[in-house]
Design a protein around this ligand. Sequence first.
Ligand code: ZN
Length: 274
Amino acid sequence: MQWLDIGANLIHRSFDADREQVIARAREAGVDTIIVTGADLPSSRAAEQLARAHPGNLFATAGVHPHHAESLAPSMLEDLRLLLEQPHVVAVGECGLDYYRDLAPRAAQRRAFESQLRLAAESGRPVFLHQRDAHADFLAVLRDFIRELTGAVAHCFTAGASELDDYLELGLSIGITGWFCDERRGAHLQELVARIPVQRLMLETDAPYLLPRDLKPKPHAHRNEPLYLPHIGAAVARARDESVQFCASHTTAHARAFFGLDRIHAGGGEQTQE
Ligand SMILES: [Zn+2]
């Protein structure tokens, strides 16, 4: 079985000591494709470098997380644009709005979100979206751009039924993390995940965050890794009353198409596709 993790923060310092082993372990577990999340300019650059070193297996996003929205100067948008010219940099993000932590002023968050949606539209790349406690504003901004975007995925979906309906209506894909495996916080997702159409569902670990709570035995480090993606996939398959094989193959196929991975040569070049 082949799995695809659409969001792993492999640039995080908790992977500094054993990043290559983490990637190798994931591959042995069938997670042979990982999209490495960029959260600011330095981590986007590092994600690009890491993807470049693993052609065909690792890809990167380039963007600025709402927590860092204030850092997004016009010159940085140019730097992100240059990164996005690399074929293995496959999406803009993560970007969006986070009013839960509110680490950046909300007006700055909205500005940074809009400018990255514009960047995605111009570069022809899909967006990897983060939203927490900001649903109304998030939707309002996104609605202005959605027709120009090649694709949009709401990463780490943890919200409720009406939010899910809004996203699906807008044409978004939905990323499910190990939050789903949390019997306290994730119980409501059991029913919701069955409502996501098969061609809109993707899986992610959000490593090193969100270690699935029901892993046995618990890893010593309490650090999440792409290795655990099949565990999340098996739980999602159970909730959807699908086979694990079916879940692996449809989530992988959808993610490959969404991020355009089959356009990209293993050697790093981009094929022109008719
Ligand atoms: Zn996020």
